[in-house]
Design a protein around this ligand. Structure first.
Ligand SMILES: Cc1ncc(COP(=O)(O)O)c(C=O)c1O
Length: 295
């Protein structure tokens, strides 16, 4: 069954969404692709524990917790923010991950910045024994290999492929798998221009561009206009969007269409990468800020 369906964006353009969030109940969207070959590698290496890193509402943390459980691994989540230690019950992502068997190690923001140093990793080994390390956001060469499978032969008909960007692994796979006539547009969820370099580590192709105007002030920053758009889009298209990645990307695509960015008649494919598990967590934040909630 094809996961791709057309959607209506209010300018009258017809575009299609590949709903990869329907591929697994919990390891949804790009997570299944990013973890596939890493899990296989961990099994090949006979590892029994997976260690990874993430923030308070990380989609990646939740996905690793479930992937570990389904594949018989012990999972350790190294979490940014010592203060979260006493707030697991208030955080839907952490609670879910814990219920899926993940054990946490909460560290300060400063320690988190040093999490890939030999010294930090050695200490983790002393604490948890030998493990297979999955980087923050899950991006490595094996994740990129998995994401090369997101595009299918039937997707050759599209001129533009749009994809949200965090650490750059997902778009790198999509670029590698793209057809020569296609242009890949990445919508970063974070500020900063380090991504250009990151993506270039995983691909030699040049048919891609980062659209950097739709991060809404930075990672996980939102405003009432974005939330309103997400709610409207779901009502019109019956497709839920997350507020960190896919919501911002779709908002950006609608804006670009209205500004005439895409030549008339272009066929546009949007990769919906999931992230829906983050909605309850974001709603707790929105409630505190007296902003509208995601429906
Ligand atoms: C829902 C969702 N979409 C997109 C991304 C961005 O993927 P990447 O980090 O591979 O750029 C992420 C983060 O992994 C994510 O959770």
């Amino acid at each position: 069954m094809s996961l791709t369906g057309s959607v209506f964006l209010d300018s009258g353009y017809q575009v299609c969404v590949k709903k990869t969030y329907l591929n697994h109940t919990f390891i949804s969207g790009n997570k299944l692709s990013k973890l596939k070959y890493n899990i296989l590698e961990a099994k090949n290496l006979k590892k029994t524990t997976l260690v990874t890193f993430g923030g308070a509402y990380s989609n990646h943390i939740a996905a690793v917790a479930v992937a570990g459980k389904e594949n018989g691994f012990k999972t350790i989540g190294v979490i940014r923010g010592e203060e979260l230690h006493s707030k697991i019950n208030e955080n839907p992502t952490l609670l879910f991950s814990q219920e899926s068997g993940m054990q946490f190690k909460f560290i300060t923001r400063e320690e988190y910045r040093n999490k890939t140093t030999d010294c930090f990793l050695e200490n983790l080994k002393k604490e948890f024994g030998d493990f297979y390390l999955i980087p923050e956001g899950g991006t490595n060469i094996l994740a990129v290999k998995g994401c090369e499978e997101i595009l299918e032969k039937e997707d050759e008909v599209y001129d533009y492929i749009c994809c949200p960007v965090g650490t750059g692994g997902t778009i790198s796979g999509i670029i590698n798998a793209s057809f020569a006539h296609q242009k890949i547009l990445g919508f970063p969820a974070l500020k900063g221009d380090f991504l250009q370099e990151e993506i270039s580590k995983f691909t030699t192709k040049t048919n891609w561009e980062l659209i950097t105007d739709y991060h809404f002030g930075g990672y996980a920053k939102v405003n009432a206009e974005l939330i309103d758009f997400i709610n409207q889009f779901k009502k019109q298209n019956n497709i839920p969007l997350d507020p960190v990645y896919t919501g911002k990307m779709l908002f950006g695509i609608r804006d670009l269409i209205s500004k005439g960015f895409f030549p008339k008649g272009s066929k546009i494919l949007i990769i919906h990468t999931g992230g829906l598990q983050g909605i309850p967590g974001m709603n707790t934040v929105l409630k505190k800020k007296n902003l509208p909630l995601i429906q």
